[in-house]
Design a protein around this ligand. Structure first.
Ligand code: DLZ
Length: 163
């Protein structure tokens, strides 16, 4: 994928709608919590920068990325306007990586397509720890920022089109 020169924290601030009054749920995987904690911080900081109140952000943890699907499914049923799923899967020596990435990705995509609320994909899948560190506030920016912007834009779109 063409991410070589793309910083995950770069976006046009003028393209982001006012997020005051939006409620956002964030489901976070406990695996690789040094990474997922930094992604969560980035997402919260960016949501609040655009007007989401701290009290309108609901955070729940799940054991691993594979559980993000059920966590997001439960969260979507609450009064939040969108759900951000945050996880980090790092490649090991077995095909386990592929199964977790595939299951989680398809599960989240299915939820996004079938639920009436946006489900934002905040899963980092990397070959090693350094690549993950680069994407949670390192040289590639923070994917949490990208997810926060995507959530705000999708909530605004959903409000515009469901009027
Ligand atoms: C088992 C497992 C492994 C090997 N690696 C990761 C990982 O890199 N990132 C992650 O979020 N979770 C991992 N897990 C845990 C699975 O996601 C899941 O929690 C367990 O298989 C239990 O269903």
């Amino acid at each position: 994928m063409a991410t070589k020169n793309h910083n995950l924290s770069d976006y046009d601030i003028n393209s982001v709608p006012d997020a005051k009054g939006m409620r956002v749920g964030i489901v976070v995987s406990e695996w690789n919590d040094n990474i997922t904690g930094a992604l969560l911080d980035g997402a919260k900081k960016t949501l609040m920068k655009h007007g989401v109140a701290d009290s309108d952000i609901m955070v729940e943890t799940v054991p691993g990325s594979f559980e993000l699907v059920m966590g997001a499914q439960l969260m979507v049923k609450t009064d939040v306007d969108a759900v951000i799923a945050i996880g980090c899967v790092i490649r090991g020596d077995t095909p386990h990586f592929d199964y977790i990435c595939e299951g989680t990705t398809y599960g989240l995509a299915r939820l996004n397509a079938t639920q009436s609320k946006p489900v934002i994909y905040g899963l980092i899948t990397t070959n090693n720890m350094q690549q993950a560190l680069d994407r949670c506030g390192g040289k590639m920016g923070n994917k949490g920022d990208e997810c926060a912007v995507a959530a705000i834009k999708m909530i605004a779109l959903s409000r515009r089109l469901s009027k």
